[in-house]
Design a protein. Structure first.
Length: 433
């Protein structure tokens, strides 16, 4: 039963929603594939398709008088002029059985940070490979990023099969090389599909040109892949964003903790612990712009009232005492370094975890992932741009963290330059003791 104000509760039937991302090397056909998915699921308007058709003619015409579907996603003028994708763009489409949010990521190596952004919330990654080129270094880099971010499901889309005569041997060779690389990185679930995004083979419709392929089309797999635990099923985590104290005649003693519930469910009457201080209290009320509610679920922005006047502020976290995260003063972490200048031991940085930002020192680099062999090598002298490696950080103030492997919502953090505020790295909390 829904709430009287019409907002959803955890008792409502969940909407089947898959968040996915695309990745691949330059010119592997990501934009065309995304355009094909949008067109074949009837997720674009007629006037949009007409505009793409006119743009295609202006650029010299498409193949077989078909519109250039890549133009559906290459929205920036610079992208259209250069024929490349240079930013993450979010696309929305749906079928009768599922809704999709797709992060379309650029392929150039200098935009690896964008791939990290797109994959950070994805449950499935589609990695494209040009059938003529096979697995290249950027393919391995994107595979490593997907493994680094623990994306649960991976699809290898061997694209441009029409340019190799839909040759099964070519497909199987690329499939074997990619699967071996994925296995070495600990990726448990890989599905391989031979496609031609340009002509639509095995994207939404099964292709007569691949009678040797008995697996699902790409869209069939996207509709059927199991979705992981919903955020409401995770342990309750409520990072405090701001303390609301109006001190008005109407609300002289009001003290509310405002923020967005990262995971789990919070109800009036729940016992909670405030972290990192360890204070305990009871939820006395939950307010929303539409009025008080008895319960809030992951993703909802609410104001929480506690029964006790505890010292709680921005950056603190509410959790249930029996499911509390670890409070640490040192972090064992995996980093994807995104800055031009290298990271070396002794670097002083900021760590932003949820709504809390603390000063930190990188005390040690513990390892590095070799993108050529996809194996972990010994401690490097430095982490260079787009490299992935392990690090140990000493924190100036304690943080309440979860292991990223078990909770992506509160197991990730950012490393920030204390001088200019630029993001330096994406970080994942490694498994604790």
């Amino acid at each position: 039963m829904g709430r009287p104000d019409g907002a959803s509760t955890v008792t409502d039937a969940p909407v089947s929603l898959l968040r996915l991302t695309t990745a691949g090397s330059v010119d592997d056909g990501k934009s065309t594939l995304v355009g094909r998915l949008l067109r074949d699921t009837q997720s674009i308007l007629t006037d949009q398709l007409d505009a793409v058709s006119r743009a295609t003619v202006a650029r010299g015409g498409g193949i077989d008088d078909e519109p250039d579907l890549a133009l559906l996603t290459d929205g920036l003028r610079a992208e259209r002029e250069q024929g490349i994708t240079i930013d993450v763009a979010y696309r929305y489409f749906a079928t009768p059985t599922r809704k999709f949010v797709l992060a379309d990521c650029p392929g150039h190596v200098q935009y690896t940070r964008n791939t990290v952004t797109g994959a950070s919330t994805a449950e499935l990654a589609v990695v494209l490979v040009d059938a003529r080129n096979g697995v290249v270094e950027q393919t391995r880099r994107h595979l490593a990023v997907a493994a680094f971010l623990r994306v649960p499901h991976l699809v290898l889309a061997v694209n441009k099969m029409d340019l190799v005569g839909f040759d099964e041997t070519t497909f199987r060779r690329i499939e074997a090389e990619f699967t071996t690389a994925a296995t070495s990185l600990g990726v448990p679930d890989v599905v391989s599909v031979p496609v031609s995004a340009l002509h639509g083979d095995n994207v939404a419709a099964r292709s007569a040109a691949t009678p040797w392929y008995g697996g699902p089309t790409l869209l069939e797999h996207l509709e059927a892949v199991p979705i992981g635990r919903e955020a409401v099923e995770e342990p309750m985590r409520f990072p405090v964003q701001v303390v609301i104290r109006p001190r008005t005649a109407e609300h002289p003693d009001y003290r509310g903790l405002a923020g967005r519930l990262a995971s789990g469910v919070l109800s009036v009457g729940d016992q909670v612990v405030t972290l990192p201080s360890g204070g305990r209290s009871t939820v006395a009320g939950i307010d929303t712009p539409d009025g008080p509610v008895p319960q809030a679920a992951a993703g909802e922005s609410v104001t929480v009232l506690l029964a006790d006047d505890l010292d709680v502020g921005r950056g603190d976290m509410l959790a249930r005492p029996e499911q509390a995260p670890r409070v640490v003063s040192e972090l064992e972490a995996d980093l994807c370094w995104l800055a031009d200048r290298p990271l070396r031991p002794g670097a002083r940085v900021l760590v932003k975890h949820g709504t809390r930002t603390v000063r930190a020192i990188v005390t040690e680099l513990t390892g590095r992932l070799d993108l050529h062999t996809l194996t972990h090598v010994g401690a490097p002298e430095a982490l260079e741009l787009n490299e992935i490696g392990g690090a140990r950080l000493r924190l100036a103030e304690p943080l309440a963290v979860d292991d990223y492997a078990t909770d992506r919502h509160t197991g990730g953090f950012l490393v920030i330059d204390a001088a200019d505020g630029n993001t330096l790295a994406a970080g994942l909390v490694a498994k604790g003791p």
